[in-house]
Design a protein. Structure first.
Length: 137
């Protein structure tokens, strides 16, 4: 991801998933700092805080307390200051409606979290390769 080492914002409430994502990113040598918020409300607060570094990408879970991922997307993608930040949904949800709604709300990608760790690392590597090659504003 490496866009001048801007942070990756991880919006995830599951501690095991947070550790797995951090481990996978480290394994594929992603050096960007990872900022974790545990729900959409906290993510919006982080993104709207002028003291926070603007992330190069947001990795978003859908199933969270307080404000879920779709609710977060509804607000973030209608905010002129936030809408251009790319969002990849990383979720256990295989619901077709979640996929449709995520893309309607402007996500850059939607990926189901694999249970197998090696497949998870491969998925993270794919995200990294794509975003490292992309021209992000």
């Amino acid at each position: 991801m490496r866009v001048s080492s801007r942070p990756i914002l991880l919006v995830e409430d599951d501690q095991v998933d947070i550790l797995t994502i951090r481990r996978a990113l480290k394994e594929i040598a992603v050096v960007n700092p990872v900022v974790v918020t545990e729900n959409g409300e906290d993510a919006l607060a982080y993104l709207r805080d002028p003291a926070s570094a603007r992330p190069c990408i947001i990795l978003l879970d859908l199933n969270m307390p307080i404000m879920n991922g779709l609710e977060f997307l509804q607000q973030a993608k209608h905010d002129e200051q936030l809408r251009s930040i790319p969002v990849i949904v990383l979720t256990t949800s295989d619901e077709q409606l979640d996929k449709v709604n995520s893309f309607k709300l402007g996500v850059a990608g939607y990926m189901a979290k694999p249970v197998d760790y090696r497949r998870f690392v491969d998925m993270m590597r794919s995200i990294d390769l794509y975003w490292s090659a992309s021209e992000i504003p």
